[in-house]
Design a protein. Structure first.
Length: 252
């Protein structure tokens, strides 16, 4: 459902262009949770912004449900829900009003909007604050509203940029459970995080990214078999060090 082919994004600088993303290639399929795993600044958010058509790639491309992000942007947007960490909410509106507004932008019929709001309210446990003003809500409550707003049109593909960042353990677990429900419904979920334990628990497949490049790709069991290590922190550092040694060797 998502196919990424040598996707790159460079930002011009005085001395040398900076590649935030450098020739990434990977896939994410129906009914699968794929986690982009990397430290802050690794290129995860830039990758997701390109896939959601917010940013234009410098080279390479990707398809979502068969539609190219470069020349079929509208079709791509209609088929995915994109949660970005820096998207604000309207403080004077209620969650119900915000979700309704975004549903209408997606041309969802009013009777379907009401059904979807109640469905999402149940699975995300939003009933107690659905009609409170946004500026009265906690960080976790706001994150649930952001997720509901992003997927109110019931898209087959979900792109979630660090959806549990800064949340308490109960709210984070609630969101992770919701993501698993989406997987069980056959949705394709692309999820980014810098938290190794979270990736270990939630992912069907992990794409490790460092400095804009892919370090390794596979399942948790694949990584253990390949490295002989059992701790994901150690596995990630192993691949970082292996890549650094290869670059030094190539340079010499």
């Amino acid at each position: 459902m998502i196919k990424v082919d040598k996707l790159s994004k460079k930002f011009p600088q005085k001395e040398k262009d900076f590649y935030a993303v450098n020739e990434l290639s990977f896939t994410a399929d129906k009914g699968e949770i794929v986690v982009l795993l990397g430290v802050n600044g690794a290129g995860k958010t830039t990758t997701m912004r390109m896939l959601s058509t917010v940013l234009k790639p410098s080279s390479g491309t990707a398809t979502v449900e068969g539609f190219d992000i470069r020349n079929k942007a509208q079709q791509v947007r209609s088929r995915l829900g994109f949660l970005s960490g820096d998207t604000g909410l309207y403080s004077r509106l209620t969650p119900r009003e915000i979700i309704t507004y975004f549903a209408r932008l997606y041309d969802v019929r009013d009777n379907i909007i009401r059904e979807r709001i109640m469905e999402l309210s149940d699975v995300l446990d939003m009933g107690s604050f659905l009609d409170k003003k946004i500026d009265l809500l906690s960080t976790g409550m706001k994150q649930k509203v952001s997720i509901a707003r992003s997927i109110i049109h019931d898209p087959p593909v979900m792109i979630l940029d660090e959806p549990t960042a800064g949340l308490d353990i109960l709210t984070a677990r609630n969101i992770v459970e919701f993501i698993h429900k989406c997987k069980n419904q056959g949705k394709c979920v692309l999820f980014s995080t810098h938290i190794m334990r979270e990736a270990e628990r939630i992912a069907d497949r992990i794409v490790m990214i460092h400095e804009g490049r892919i370090l390794a790709e596979g399942s948790w069991s694949d990584f253990k078999k390949d490295t002989g290590l059992r701790d994901l922190d150690d596995i990630f550092i192993h691949y970082v060090n292996s890549t650094s040694e290869e670059e030094v060797s190539d340079g010499s």
